[in-house]
Design a protein around this ligand. Structure first.
Ligand SMILES: NC(=O)C1=CN([C@@H]2O[C@H](COP(=O)(O)OP(=O)(O)OC[C@H]3O[C@@H](n4cnc5c(N)ncnc54)[C@H](OP(=O)(O)O)[C@@H]3O)[C@@H](O)[C@H]2O)[C@@H](O)CC1
Ligand SMILES: [K+]
Length: 524
């Protein structure tokens, strides 16, 4: 599991060390880790370090200091290192170290000619160390640094062209270490070397897409860190946590999933959703819907028991409501009943409007999991604002600029877990628990993918519904209501792995569902 922290959390953990005078030692350790990754990248690209042209984009603070000390190490290995000073000063010891190692300094803020030279040097470099801003940034890049990065990006080579390698120091400058927000220009990094702990901004969109590979250099702060701001499940976590039947399990103890999906207009959603719940290992899957859809469900997945019942007539461990359930009053009535009841539920697509209404009448509770994509979240937040449950109704650009903020807002306003689907999917629980998963193939952005995810999520939700400690192996934090957020993240991860199971190619939802089975053969 990756645990990530805000910049402020890491700075607070560093404070006692700084007060004991250990700041310079921490900086040297950080800079050495940065230099090692830069050396590795240079060797991969050029075979040797000697003679490589390296530019350090150096800011005025300690982030710049890290870059200058790392530049000094590279200079000692024979690289030609130029520090581009973007502000009115440089970290004094870092600058002295760089000069002592034979590096040069270009004060880029000294007028237009200096700025133009800086841009040429960056474009000509083999490697750029981006050390303008780290955890001390207030907002995105501004001033000379912003002008340089903008001018460089304007001339950044087309795909296939040769661009300098970029290694970011702590975070790509201009990306918030706390939120992943990127206000203004940012040089996309091939690798980001971070210090003390992974930062939340490395795992949150849109900044996560600008980090490249993230490497963390330990600084010995681990024991001083508080609870993480954000977590990401990795392969081993998924293998260990996914609910599996024991010798004494039977279909009811494993979890029955009830699916309220499909309508005369959209029967396919019900087929994909029920199939995925079967493939993800539900003990039993029941489908409620119109006669035509039921017949198709039974033909596609004979394992499913389809009926025209009402949710109140059935005992299930978890519901999935909404996929394709549009324009059918009987389905709407079933959705309302599930939302009003206590049973855990995945609330998708056609049920999100009803969820917003139900939430405005009283919290849905943490056992309900809403699964909007960005467009649907905008709609849900607009409904919540219109119903007086929230103050603000952001547009899509605002949601995409800071998705974590808005996923959290929706979670607090509804009392439910909110899964904001995207290339990086965020899971926000009302208590503040936040997970980020980025496991899927870009091919996953296809119609029906969400119906499949909802089915997979229904299966894992049914498996943990009656077991508050189902995921205790992940840590104390995962007990009780937090298990619903973990269930959601597990489903997102498995769905993502399934999209890559046969390599990177198209994944129509039926193939995706079949791949879920191969992913779940993971050894526990
Ligand atoms: N603490 C430690 O023990 C360790 C810390 N480490 C390293 O220190 C980093 C944090 O260093 P930091 O605190 O000096 O802040 P930092 O990110 O360099 O930026 C602040 C400077 O930038 C400026 N500035 C601010 N916003 C701006 C903007 N939008 N656009 C332009 N400029 C802006 C601001 O200048 P001002 O505006 O105040 O004149 C200020 O001078 C951390 O990320 C890690 O790399 C490691 O060595 C390990 C040990
Ligand atoms: K940086």
């Amino acid at each position: 599991m990756i645990e990530a922290y805000t910049g402020a959390q890491v700075r607070a953990a560093e404070t006692p060390y700084l007060e004991r005078g250990q700041g310079p030692a921490l900086m040297r350790r950080a800079a050495h880790g940065l230099a090692l990754v830069a050396l590795e990248r240079l060797r991969d690209r050029r075979g040797r370090v000697a003679g490589a042209r390296v530019v350090v984009l150096a800011g005025t603070g300690n982030n710049g200091g890290d870059g200058l000390w790392a530049g000094a190490e590279l200079a000692r290995r024979g690289a030609a290192v130029l520090a581009v000073a973007v502000g009115d000063r440089l970290h004094p010891e870092g600058e002295a170290a760089l000069r002592a190692a034979g590096g040069r300094v270009l004060p880029a803020a000294d007028g237009a000619p200096a700025l133009r030279r800086a841009v040429e040097q960056v474009l000509d470099a083999d490697l750029v160390l981006d050390a303008v801003l780290g955890t001390g940034a207030r907002g995105g890049l501004r001033g000379t640094a912003a002008e340089i990065v903008r001018a460089v990006l304007d001339r950044w080579p087309a795909p296939g062209g040769r661009a300098p390698l970029v290694v970011a120091c702590d975070v790509p400058s201009g990306v918030s270490a706390d939120t992943g927000a990127a206000d203004g220009p940012v040089l996309p990094a091939d690798a980001t070397v971070t210090f003390g702990a992974t930062k939340a901004g490395h795992l949150l969109p849109p900044g996560d897409r600008l980090c490249g590979e993230v490497r963390t250099v330990p600084l010995g702060l681990e024991d001083a860190l508080p609870a993480p701001a954000l977590r990401r499940l990795e392969h081993d976590d998924v293998a260990a946590l996914w609910p599996r039947p024991g010798a004494g399990s039977h279909k009811y103890s494993r979890g029955v999933v009830g699916v309220v999906a499909g309508s005369a207009t959209y029967p396919g959603a019900a087929l994909m959703c029920t199939r995925a719940a079967v493939d993800a290992g539900a003990g039993m899957v029941r489908h409620l819907g119109d006669a035509g859809t039921r017949r198709l469900v039974c033909l596609t997945s004979p394992e499913v028991v389809a009926s025209e019942d009402h949710p109140a007539d059935l005992h299930v461990q978890a519901w999935v409501v909404g996929p394709g359930a549009v324009g059918d009053p009987a389905q709407e009535s079933r959705i309302d009943a599930v939302l009003a009841g206590p049973v855990p539920a995945v609330v998708d697509a056609g049920a999100l409007g009803a969820a917003a209404r139900a939430a405005a009448d009283g919290a849905l509770g943490p056992a309900k999991i809403l699964t909007p994509h960005a467009g649907e979240l905008v709609q849900v937040l607009a409904w919540l604002a219109a119903l007086g449950a929230t103050d603000e109704a952001p547009d899509r650009a605002a949601v995409e600029a800071d998705p974590a903020r808005w996923a959290r807002t929706a979670a607090e306003a509804t009392g439910a877990v909110v899964v904001l689907k995207g290339a990086t999917t965020l899971v926000a629980a009302p208590g503040g628990t936040l997970l980020s998963q980025a496991d899927g193939s870009p091919w996953l952005a296809t119609a029906g993918s969400g119906d499949t995810l909802a089915g997979v999520m229904g299966a894992v939700l049914a498996g943990c519904a009656e077991h508050p400690d189902a995921f205790a192996a992940a840590g104390e934090w995962a007990r009780g209501d937090a298990r619903f957020a973990v269930a959601a993240a597990l489903a997102v991860a498995v769905h993502g792995y399934a999209s890559r199971a046969d390599g990177l190619g198209p994944v129509p939802p039926t193939a995706l569902s079949a791949a879920v089975r191969s992913v779940l053969r993971l050894a526990p």
